[in-house]
Design a protein around this ligand. Structure first.
Ligand SMILES: [Zn+2]
Length: 147
């Protein structure tokens, strides 16, 4: 079986994707979202450059987790500390929209730090990736590698 490709946004072109992650990580994110529904799940995306090597679940500490997410600050502190010590970098975050759509909500736009981080949004089986860039969320294409 060849690696499957999924579209995150209109920038997808054959063979070249903005990001790469394994099927196992994608499935892990979907499972986390499914088990957390009807609340939003969230977590960290760790890796190097354009390759995501780990999706680490984190507690959603927002007071309204039905419609919002806030990653447990301690999880972020721990991950950033580990990164400074030579561990994988914190590339970004993922969270779910239990009832869709898989694109940044008005709340997400308001929360965006415009820091270039990667955001993954999961709805059901669909995962989309975005770059939280200076003026807006830019859709990122991605490739699923086996493993
Ligand atoms: Zn959202």
């Amino acid at each position: 079986m060849s690696p499957s490709k999924e579209k995150s946004g209109p920038s997808t072109s054959s063979g070249r994707a903005d990001l790469e992650l394994s099927c196992a990580i994608a499935e892990q994110i979907r499972t986390h979202a499914r088990l957390t529904t009807p609340l939003e799940c969230c977590g960290l995306l760790l890796g190097e450059g354009t390759i995501i090597i780990e999706a680490r679940p984190a507690r959603n500490v927002h007071l309204s987790p039905q419609t919002h997410f806030e990653i447990d600050p301690q999880a972020l502190i721990d991950a950033n500390r580990a990164a400074r010590a030579g561990g994988p970098q914190v590339l970004g975050y993922y969270h779910s929209h239990p009832f869709g759509p898989a694109q940044p909500s008005a709340t997400d736009r308001a929360m965006a730090a415009r820091d270039g981080a990667i955001w993954a949004i999961v709805t059901g089986d669909q995962i989309t990736f975005w770059r939280d860039s200076e003026s807006c969320f830019t859709p990122l294409s991605y490739e699923l590698a086996k493993g």
